[in-house]
Design a protein around this ligand. Structure first.
Ligand code: ATP
Length: 596
């Protein structure tokens, strides 16, 4: 079991706030945890590790069957705090049962919390929640089947997830991170089950009902393949949840999403653009994904999602109808265990129980990097705090911001790409301890709104750290990434790790040494930094005597770029000269800051 990182020192309150998301200390089997209601839980074997915590089988002390799980994270981590509070405030068993009654549902794939508490492990304070234990997650079946699921099962899953969405939206929240790895089968008999459960509420947040206001602090939150267009802009909406489901349905049916096929996953802005284009004419965009014909249900559903307003309540019944109709046409009933066995192809035909495109091996479509983002925990979201009172869970609970630091779980499913090798070392701590408030505001993805360069520059670089995501540990497929982790606070003389979108149509993972220079008083030229003798000279700035206010407002930002050469070595070096020494052939680049 890979343990990515662990807290170095006893988690003093202040220290915890500036740390990366820490992985939990290991819980030994048979450890007894006492929850806040004094219930006792015996820890069994570890059954899963997520990006932020570890999941153990568990049972009430005295019981023999491990029919519960304990999810445990260091106390300072945000996601479990968010998840726990979502459950406690909105998803009590009673609430879920009420909803089921109202909707005449026999079952609902909405988990509930059994208990929660805190515990000390090896001197480190941890938070834990106890939940019912579920079975396999869907990603296992998806991979086993060569990256597809039986068509009827896809529609049944769509129906079940729409039910969960409807419940969650009725509580004022969106999930924002639906994916196969976050959908677990119930513990059914005979290895199957009729109900799938949506787990991982670490990104749950209030959806907007008013104006659409992009929020740089939350931009790109989620799992990059499926992040909705609204989530790319940092806005939580109900239509976004529906869109995320749609992208998943397309994949489960064997379609390859354009931004995956085109290997754009390492650059969220490109994924965002691709999704905008895709959804702007979704009917046409779906056609190449399903050469044998776009399933009507998918086409209708995506078209419906595409025209929803950002604050509009979705018509869940209408959506369900698309999938009910599809099942009807297939003469499949929406009951019984979900079937995950893909029937073999009928000879001379590509038909099986997934009537969608021919099998495309995902392995051949190398993902550049897949990032899961969860941004800082904003005020309208449940906020983590080191000293929260877990007994007092109400809207009036003081909410304190935690500097959220993401850590992606080790992936065994998607090997890292050759083109953008994952950076295995974490970014330097200094680069990840930024206060979200101090981050540079991201620029619009729209080319028309791009800022103009002030003067000539040796290279035009859209220097937009808040929109660049780190492809470090998080740079693996299908992982949730937290924006907050990825945006270093701009400070001079520090080394940052970026993935840049270069206006010269060249992408590269680079080490960036940023040095800000004060406005030159007399000189028309900007000298090179002493540590980087190869840096080309910046073109002349306009003379101070010129009647131009531009110069005054545009201090020069010097950026030395060094390509990341596939390994972790060197990425943490804050020393620009040593960086240069290791990759002598990569040219240094000096840029001028954009004028706003
Ligand atoms: N209630 C449960 N019953 C059984 N297995 C579970 C349960 N909850 C989680 N798991 C397993 O643990 C894995 C990680 O869980 P989860 O996604 O909640 O963790 P996380 O740290 O939030 O991960 P992520 O990186 O997706 O944010 C799941 O993919 C699943 O295999």
């Amino acid at each position: 079991m890979p343990r990515a990182a662990k807290p170095k020192a006893a988690p003093a309150k202040k220290q915890a706030k500036s740390k990366l998301y820490a992985m939990p200390e290991k819980l030994k089997e048979n450890t007894i945890l006492t929850d806040l209601a004094k219930g006792q839980w015996r820890i069994g074997p570890s059954i899963g590790i997520g990006g932020f915590g570890e999941i153990y089988a568990a049972c009430r002390n005295g019981d023999k069957q491990f029919d519960a799980v304990v999810k445990c994270e260091p106390h300072g981590n945000g996601p479990l705090f968010v998840e726990m509070h979502y459950y406690l405030r909105n998803a009590k068993l009673e609430d879920i049962n009420n909803f089921k009654r109202q909707q005449s549902l026999k079952s609902l794939g909405m988990p509930h919390i059994l208990a929660n508490g805190s515990t000390d492990i090896n001197g480190h304070k941890h938070r834990f929640i106890v939940m019912p234990r579920y079975g396999s997650d869907l990603s296992k079946f998806y991979v086993q089947n060569g990256n597809r699921l039986p068509e009827a099962t896809v529609y049944r899953l769509a129906l079940q997830m729409l039910d969960v969405y409807q419940f969650m939206h009725s509580t004022g929240y969106v999930h924002a991170d639906l994916k196969a790895a976050n959908i677990l089968l119930g513990m059914g008999k005979g290895g199957g089950s009729s109900q799938a459960y949506l787990v991982d509420f670490g990104l749950a947040s209030h959806y907007v009902t008013g104006d659409f206001k992009p929020d740089p602090k939350k931009m790109h939150n989620g799992t990059i393949e499926y992040t909705s267009r609204d989530a790319h802009l940092g806005v939580a909406t109900r239509r976004a949840d529906l869109e995320i489901l749609g992208y998943n349905l397309i994949e489960w049916l064997g379609g390859v999403l354009p931004w995956v096929r085109e290997k754009l996953l390492a650059v969220p802005q490109k994924v965002q653009k691709a999704k905008e284009a895709f959804m702007s004419d979704v009917g046409a965009a779906l056609k190449p994904l399903f050469p044998q014909g776009v399933p009507a249900s998918i086409s209708e559903y995506m078209k419906y999602v595409a025209q929803l307003k950002h604050n509009e309540a979705p018509d869940y019944d209408k959506c369900r109808k698309y999938f009910h109709n599809a099942l009807k046409q297939m003469r499949v009933t929406n009951s019984g265990d979900l079937d995950f066995k893909l029937k073999p192809l009928i000879s001379n035909s590509s038909k099986n129980n997934n009537n969608s495109p021919p099998l495309v091996k995902k392995a051949t479509i190398k993902k550049e990097a897949s990032l899961i983002v969860d941004s800082s925990f904003s005020d309208d979201v449940i906020l983590a705090s080191d000293d929260d009172d877990e007994n007092c869970i109400s809207q009036s609970t003081p909410r304190r911001k935690l500097a959220a630091k993401a850590k992606a779980k080790a992936s065994i499913k998607q090997p890292p790409t050759k083109t953008t090798p994952p950076i295995r070392k974490a970014a330097p701590k200094s680069s990840t301890s930024a206060s979200p408030k101090k981050r540079e505001a991201p620029r619009s993805a729209s080319p028309s709104k791009r800022p103009k360069l002030d003067g000539n520059a040796n290279a035009k670089i859209n220097f937009s750290p808040a929109l660049s995501l780190r492809a470090g540990r998080a740079g693996r497929a299908g992982k949730t990434v937290i924006n907050d982790d990825l945006t270093p606070q701009p400070r001079s003389n520090k080394t940052y790790e970026f993935n840049f979108e270069l206006d010269v149509s060249m992408d590269a993972n680079v080490i960036v040494n940023v040095k800000r220079k004060k406005k030159p008083q007399q000189s028309n030229s900007i000298s090179n930094t002493p540590s980087t003798p190869r840096t080309p000279r910046t073109p002349k700035t306009p003379p101070t005597s010129q009647p131009s206010g531009r110069r005054m407002a545009t201090p020069t930002t010097r950026v030395n770029l060094r390509k990341v050469k596939g390994g972790a070595d060197g990425i943490t070096s804050p020393n620009p000269s040593s960086s240069s020494a290791r990759s002598p052939r990569t040219p240094a680049v000096t840029v001028r800051k954009y004028r706003r």
